[in-house]
Write a protein that binds this ligand. Structure first.
Ligand SMILES: [Zn+2]
Length: 235
């Protein structure tokens, strides 16, 4: 990989990708642990039964735990578009950050720089579209909230490594229409997930720290996302 300094730190926690193809998504996480060393230990502990493909520490060091061809165990229950086995479809990247343990500190500059280099390389090699780079919170609304409100999605999108939309013309708030558009973009809309959980997950990513009832900007953003980046991933 060009210009990337990657340390091998193999985890025993992996399996085969069940569809037998390569990855077509990337899921970003934060570790929510005290430090990168504790996270690496847990992600390599057979008893924990969790792992990821890469972990990036605060200094920008990249560790590879699981080969990209294999299925790491980072996503858990959830869905994106029609993809239910997200682990089989994705590359999982953990960013060392204590998250809620220490009041959500910002992501380090060196860590973000390393993430951009790694993502650029992964997207090119696997021909993964920017809209298929998502948050753990996107595929598991109400259950997961990482990488959280402090993560700079706009910065990634400006480099073609994810997607972003600023609110344009306002649209009348309409819950059913919001859910329909959210589903078209990829959110796992369904009877098992309350509407507020979908709205919270969407805002965590596109309107961080915004609260209150569904409004015209939420509508404008979700409609633009669904129109520009409809989720075409399938099982
Ligand atoms: Zn996560």
């Amino acid at each position: 990989m060009r210009g990337l300094n990657i340390f091998l730190h193999p985890s025993p926690n992996f399996g085969r990708r069940r569809h037998g193809r390569g990855p077509d998504m990337v899921v970003l996480h934060h570790t929510a642990m005290r430090d990168a060393a504790s996270a690496l230990a847990r992600l390599c502990d057979p008893a924990a039964e969790v792992s990821c493909h890469y972990l990036i520490d605060e200094r920008g060091h990249i560790f590879r735990l699981v080969d990209e061809a294999l299925r790491a165990w980072h996503a858990g229950a959830g869905r994106w578009g029609r993809v239910e086995d997200v682990n089989s479809h994705s590359i999982g990247i953990e960013l060392a950050n204590p998250g809620p343990l220490k009041g959500h500190p910002p992501y380090a500059a060196a860590q973000m720089d390393a993430l951009e280099l790694l993502l650029d390389d992964i997207l090119k090699r696997h021909r993964i579209a920017p809209q298929a780079v998502i948050a753990h919170s996107d595929m598991a609304p109400g259950r997961k909230a990482d990488p959280g409100a402090g993560f700079d999605w706009r910065r990634l999108a400006l480099r073609g490594l994810s997607v972003w939309c600023a609110p344009g013309e306002q649209h009348k708030p309409d819950e059913a229409a919001f859910l329909e558009q959210a589903a078209a973009f990829g959110y796992p809309v369904g009877e098992d997930i309350p509407t507020h959980a979908i709205l919270d997950a969407f805002r965590l990513r596109f309107r961080p720290r915004h609260q209150g009832p569904l409004d015209g900007d939420d509508m404008a953003i979700i409609m633009a996302l669904a129109q520009t980046y409809p989720c075409r991933l399938g099982p």
